[in-house]
Design a protein around this ligand. Sequence first.
Ligand code: FE
Ligand code: ZN
Length: 525
Amino acid sequence: MTPAVKDRILALLSEHGVFADPEVVDYIATVDSPEDFCRRLLRAEDEPPLFLDMAVLKQLEDTVRRGSTKAEKAPPTRSPPEAEPEKMTEDIEGEAPPRTAGKGLMAPGFEPFAENIEPRVHVIKDITNRSTCEGTLKDFNVYFKNRYQKLKKLLRNRLEMRSSTSIEYAKDKNLAGEVKVIGIVSEVRTAPWGGVIIRVEDDTGEITATLGKDETAIKDEVVGLVGKLDDKGGRFGTRLRCKTLVRPGITTSREFKKADDPVYAMFISDIHLGSNTFLHRPWRNLIRWLNGHIDIQSDLVSRLKYIVINGDIVDGIGIYPNQEEELDIRDIYAQYEELARQLGDIPKHIQMIILPGNHDAVRPAEPQPTFPQEIRKLFPGNCTFVGNPSLFTIHGVEVLAYHGRSMDDTIPAMKLSYDRPIEVMEAMLHMRHLAPVYGERTPIAPEKNDTLVIESVPDIFVTGHLHKTDVKLYRNCLLIQASAWQSQTSFQKMMNLQPDPAKAVMVDLQTLSAKKLNFSDQQRT
Ligand code: FE
Ligand code: ZN
């Protein structure tokens, strides 16, 4: 074997962002057509591993030798083969990096670029300390009126809806003409012929409308309807035969803001610390990488200035029946204490922005204010706490962070899938609302001001909660479903949901280009 072969293998691996054990490179160099073999290894899974040691290599090799591809693999209903024990992890435990005064866990000689850049976090919108509601019936009327008014304003900006009228006025009109109304959907049902019939109302009245083929609406969203009236005073009263259903949406032409320093932000979510399915080893990989102990993607870690942690930061207690059986830490305060210790190992020049999710110790009704002082005080100084949702800028780039509970309601209502979180996020942008469905699984507090309306489109929109990982640039808005640090729970198993944990999404704040990093210590199957 020649050194040139090894160089080419190393180049191939680093092209794919894979950090390999020298042993692995030696091994690959000995097989027939090593480069071909290496390429096949890299293609064996959806994403190549971040760390490739002999144990992981053997698993990939198995996949390659069986000749199975991703598409041919057994459906997720079958239990995956046992992963081999991880060598990489033992190494980590064996050589816990020493702490040095002022430098924490940072590797000797690790001098990140971002250390010399001042963090710039500016909170624009957050319910914390601004909650106004008591939850009375009157509050709900005020809340829905506010939701309607805000979304009506957005809809009126659309060309199709400029000349819209009130529902009462439209009903009185000459039935031959086209009518345009904006209303809040109060009812959705399927007609005997298979189409969808909705009832919409505004402050003057209500009307029943039949939607076009393949169109659907969900309860409590605000829509524009364009069509003609029929059924003059018949059994069903006046009906609007809807030709076009208009949603506020977002425009294609918006420009995103760019940071003036070449810094990166990392997006993660759903740490669920305290759960017995919390992924200790991948989490330690992450901490080591952040401290410069792993020589891979060094430019990214050097430029990393922000980490956004998108809720469910601990597993909580009493969130679901018999949760205590799945907890390693059974005290909520102790869960936060341990997380604070973990985050204390992240270099001090990296600014963290942290919001709560439905597992955290804050009020469950959304919008959720941030963590109480008794919890915040446990954490290091480089943590900024915000509510859920919140809108803030990091280095001038606007981020809308929402944990994502409402996706549990939007997915069934819009017939979307847990496997495609980005589509759910696109639907939220079309409706310009973070939690359109009221009265199902997502508790909503009837604030005077509906802060769940997406009034302005951010540069980055991030959710978590689904425990998946995905990124897409949609009309110049970067959509991120940020990964969890918890493996499949018994609940997810029961629901046949496959999480995609232990990833981090890295975003270049000057270009909004994004990259996924895989910190898992075993191959997904
Ligand atoms: Fe979660
Ligand atoms: Zn959640």
